[in-house]
Design a binder for this molecule. Sequence first.
Ligand code: FAD
Length: 469
Amino acid sequence: MRNSDLFLKNGSKIAIIGGGPAGTFFAHFASRYAKESGIDVSIKIFDRKNFCMKGPQGCNMCAGVISENLFNKLEEEKIHIAKYCVQRKIEAYNFVTPDDCVTLHHPVPGHIPKIVTVFRGNGPLSSSYEYNVSFDDFLLDHVQNQGAEVLPEIIKELKLPPKQGGPVKVIYGEGASRTECEADLVVGAFGVNTGMMERLGKMSFGYKPPKTVRTCQCEIMLSNDHIERIFGNRVFVFALGNKDIKFASITPKAGYVTVNLVGRTDLTRNNLIAFLNHQAVRNLMPKEWEIPESFCTCISKIPISYAKHPFADRVVILGDASISRTYKSGIEAAFNMAKLSAYTAFKHGISDRAFMNGYFKPAKRLLARDNVYGIFMLKINDYISSKRWIANTQIKMIKSEKDLKTANQINEILWNMLTGNVPYKEIFYKAMNPHLISRVLPVTCVAWVRQKLELVNVWLREHRYIKNA
Ligand SMILES: Cc1cc2nc3c(=O)[nH]c(=O)nc-3n(C[C@H](O)[C@H](O)[C@H](O)COP(=O)(O)OP(=O)(O)OC[C@H]3O[C@@H](n4cnc5c(N)ncnc54)[C@H](O)[C@@H]3O)c2cc1C
């Protein structure tokens, strides 16, 4: 039965909690679908964070790599990232082990990928850019130009309508103050670094937030000349054999590089210091470089599972707080989910059932199932990263001119894993290619035997069964 109350109509009010990518992309698509449907809705975005501020206060804490897929999707939506937001164009990735390094390129020869790096806020604490460089502020500006209103407020509480219907009550305000407004649809785009997740988790509609781990990142100031010479237009990704670290990268910007560490469990500043002190990282820094006494650093959470029941009548939750891509391209996932949920709200209604069928089930098909392949591929990646002899073997195979087909296959898998350019499922099937396995396996076995022989040799020397050369 169609409950006409649970559809958006002329005069409907939409309240979006959070002005990060998920919130602004929802506002973008809501404006578009409202226009297409010929209805006039009001869109209010609540976010107290001021993206014009420098440092963690204005930042939504991320490496700031805009994937090629997202770049193209934004262009299709006529969202052209402002030049002043673009810190650097990325053309390649460098894969670094303690002993070696290889440059990975886009699998299509000659194709220059449209990957760019940005700051989510207005740059690190010590920065002094001429314009406001914030990507999140740029997106907010874009949706304000489309008619959305931005309120610098923090949402405290939601009160769902009673059984007989009516709007959701949204309570916001600073400290003890409590201002109330009504919304026909509430969009939860509050990310995972907020108490809002737990508050909504305690409500009766069944929302269970995703599990998260704490990541660690910092911005290191370096001269433009040094960044240009050493990093160039390449993101550096490290496989240093550290079992605690799942992913470590250095992303070049203008005047800074962003260091990112994602661990198996919560990371701390100590992990960051250990990473910065690693010889493979020091090799990329200027001579005599020392870790600065103070630098812009943050510990932010990343989702490692997806939420349960992120919707109710008149409520939909998206972005990191709902369902995202495991460890990769979170902003693109927020874009896709914002489009799906806004389409559902305007075309199929704002009931629990509409969001279940139009948003969450397709989202799970798109992301959650793919994440299963992702988890498998990431486990293989973890194993390779923790065994430097395997990582070194792979690098040698890519660098070797002898077997170009295999080299290109490994390059393509690593490129797609690092850029998040294609679904994990596709990467999985490419990795299971019989030709690739038939080439990689024997070389890896030989490397394993060599490595074991070396260990035996070391043991024999240590126990003086053989003399040192
Ligand atoms: C270390 C790290 C590196 C990453 N690197 C990349 C990368 O390079 N590329 C990429 O695509 N993704 C990356 N991601 C993922 C990406 O940051 C997220 O997927 C993306 O920010 C999710 O967007 P969101 O809008 O859901 O949440 P957020 O970006 O977290 O935005 C949520 C917003 O809601 C606001 N808010 C919270 N609570 C309230 C409240 N009660 N009232 C009002 N407002 C509220 C916050 O102030 C915030 O502005 C990275 C993540 C981490 C942790």
